[in-house]
Design a protein around this ligand. Structure first.
Ligand SMILES: NC(=O)c1ccc[n+]([C@@H]2O[C@H](COP(=O)([O-])OP(=O)(O)OC[C@H]3O[C@@H](n4cnc5c(N)ncnc54)[C@H](OP(=O)(O)O)[C@@H]3O)[C@@H](O)[C@H]2O)c1
Length: 346
């Protein structure tokens, strides 16, 4: 098979940066273009850890033009950009495929966008055709379905939360409300400095934000519903942690006395053969997954309650790692190509 040509929209941000880091090591992909509206120089000037590994220069190229010259276009731009541009990108070439890292195509119900993202969806007809791409939780089938050309890459908190609940939903053990606390590092807010992400504000600090009202609840419930959970109820409390990379998610569900072993078995059955899921004996830690596409999962059960803890890298399995996994699935490449690597460990 010939090498794939890939373009990245939004290359100065953390998602574009991390996509490029993975794709530079990919055995079957060449990145031909990486865009910025603000930078014109070499990629290494903005992302110094990539110096010497690529000669790419930022380009102001439009996504619709990149579509004609590439097999895949990744959108790593803020919410609201892909929603306006993807239809033209897909129309520009009959073969190009799109992986969108934003929330623009994640929700099937267009009516939820004003509540979740604050605007009516500008291209609601595109929502049905988009595959929600969390491969381990039903996404593999959606992305590899014939004719799939648009993948909605899941949100970072959503990825970790769905991974912590999906086996229970699938096994019919999610009839009670799930109580979820999910702690993210500061890179989850993107590269643009803001008060809430400024180092003196984040370092040595800890707080919840948007308790019970985070926009990811919609995609979490949509995915759990599709897994067979009926009308799932997820009390979701996101938190900001004093670290840069990583998400640690703790989900507690009452499954009922006598069902503890069935709950543990549900996780083994769902993830036992997944190449990026690693079971840990107690509870996982973010450091072990930083810089990787791995999902570390710990499951404990006692007195009718199950606690599933999940650690991912928000920039890896929570974003760029899954995006590359989805690209591999879209093009029939080995699913793990370019993705099996150890993190730095410290
Ligand atoms: N950070 C995470 O952990 C995470 C996880 C999952 C999903 N996501 C989602 O992934 C997307 C990217 O996140 P991020 O953290 O990488 O954001 P980011 O660091 O803020 O980067 C955004 C990028 O988009 C570019 N951009 C901004 N407006 C644009 C426009 N109108 N057209 C084209 N490019 C534009 C910016 O570059 P220029 O200003 O140089 O053009 C920048 O390169 C977002 O939708 C985010 O919600 C983020």
């Amino acid at each position: 098979m010939r090498r794939l040509r890939a373009a990245i929209v939004g290359g100065t941000g953390y998602g574009g940066m991390e996509l490029l880091r993975y794709l530079l090591d990919h055995p079957s992909v060449d990145v031909t273009a990486i865009t910025s509206r603000t930078e014109k120089g070499s990629v290494g000037e903005v992302h110094p850890h990539l110096r010497g590994l690529t000669d790419l220069q930022f380009t102001a190229g439009k996504a619709v033009d990149l579509a004609r010259e590439n097999d895949v276009v990744f959108f790593a731009a803020p919410h609201g950009v892909a929603a306006k541009e993807v239809a033209a990108v897909l129309a520009a070439s009959p073969t190009v495929r799109v992986v969108d890292l934003s929330g623009d195509f994640r929700l099937k119900d267009a009516g939820l966008y004003p509540t979740a993202y604050g605007w009516p969806h500008p291209a609601p007809d595109g929502l049905a055709a988009a595959a929600y791409g969390l491969p381990e939780c039903g996404g593999r089938a959606a992305v590899t379905a014939p004719g799939c050309r648009l993948v909605a890459n899941p949100g970072c908190h959503a990825s970790a939360t769905i991974l912590s609940l999906w086996p229970l939903a699938r096994a019919g053990l999610l009839s009670a409300r799930a109580h979820v606390v999910s702690v993210t590092g500061s890179s989850g807010s993107g590269a643009e400095p803001k008060k809430g992400t400024h180092h003196p504000e984040r370092f040595s600090n800890f707080k919840a934000y948007k308790p019970l009202e985070h926009q990811h609840v919609f995609e979490i419930e949509q995915t759990l519903r599709a897994a067979g959970a009926g009308e799932p109820r997820v009390a979701f409390v996101p938190c900001s942690g004093p670290f840069s990379r990583g998400i640690a998610t703790m989900a507690v569900v009452e499954v009922g006395a006598g069902r503890e072993e069935a709950a543990k078995e549900a996780f083994r059955a769902a993830y036992g053969r997944e190449p990026f899921v690693r079971f840990v004996p107690d509870a996982p830690e973010v450091r072990a997954v930083a810089g990787t596409n791995f999902v570390d999962v710990g499951v404990t059960a006692k007195d009718g309650a199950v606690c599933a803890t999940v650690a991912i890298d928000n920039l890896g399995k929570g974003m760029a790692g899954t995006a590359v996994q989805n690209m591999n699935l879209l093009f029939g490449l080995p699913e793990t190509a370019g993705l099996r690597r150890a993190g730095a460990g410290l």
